[in-house]
Write a protein that binds this ligand. Structure first.
Ligand code: SAH
Length: 216
């Protein structure tokens, strides 16, 4: 099957944004970014017709592109009336969320541990020419010391605890959002740094692929 034509894709994207509104996403800047980024260009060609459904889809190497609602919800939680500033994404995968973030944040660094997936992300992102987005291969549990501190850190893979390096690399007033839990109960944990105090708030139940260590 051929991928959707650009006009069909734009229509599907507009429908996706309306659905996100009906699901409670209110942040216009996030909705505009999701209306702009062509999600179908980040999934395998055979799945392009499903790209705007509210589902996670396979992107190869046993990883998934997060469902649109979760992408929108996470960015909305992190913004909450402020600018995202310098942003670190852990788990770039196919690059979709990094692309959305680049429309909302001043600077984005996206780290992925799987080299093959990162190559795909680079290919997916090239035609979009997003000048404020940089991709790095690395173990995101270590953060990205050479570019720290960050105003925002968003983690797209779930672990049993919060890697200490990520808290350390938060700027004062910075926010970190990470799925934490186990196989049966995983939730988004929002951490806000106030000096050396870290305020924690638990949010939605989610299901992310595991946050692993090392690179492959
Ligand atoms: N943000 C992606 C979602 C990718 S799924 C999107 O827009 O669709 C999560 C990704 O996290 C996977 O590609 C996985 O390889 C990666 N990942 C898991 N542990 C990691 C780690 N320690 N460092 C960097 N990436 C990691």
């Amino acid at each position: 099957m051929n991928p959707p034509r650009p006009t069909d894709a734009a229509r599907a994207r507009a429908r996706m944004v309306e659905r996100l509104r009906s699901q409670g996403i209110r942040d216009e800047k996030v909705l505009a970014a999701m209306a702009f980024i062509p999600r179908h260009q980040f999934v395998e060609k055979g799945l392009a017709f499903s790209a705007y459904d509210d589902s996670a889809l396979p992107i190869g190497l046993q990883q998934t592109i997060s469902q649109p609602f979760v992408v929108a919800r996470m960015i909305e939680l992190l913004r909450d009336g402020r600018e995202l500033g310098k942003t670190l994404e852990i788990g770039a995968g196919c690059g979709y969320q990094a692309a959305v973030l680049s429309r909302v944040a001043s600077e984005v660094y996206a780290v992925e541990r799987l080299k093959l997936l990162l190559d795909r992300a680079r290919e997916n992102l090239r035609p979009l020419r997003l000048p404020n987005l940089r991709l790095k291969c690395g173990d995101g549990t270590l953060g990205l010391p050479e570019a720290a501190p960050f105003d925002t850190i968003i983690v797209a893979a779930g672990g049993s605890s919060v890697p200490p390096a990520l808290k350390e690399q938060l700027a004062p007033g910075g926010k970190l959002l990470i799925p934490v839990g186990n196989d049966v109960d995983q939730r988004l944990l929002l951490i806000e740094r106030q000096g050396n105090v870290f305020k924690e708030i638990w949010h939605d139940a989610v299901r992310f692929v595991p946050l692993l260590t090392g690179t492959e």
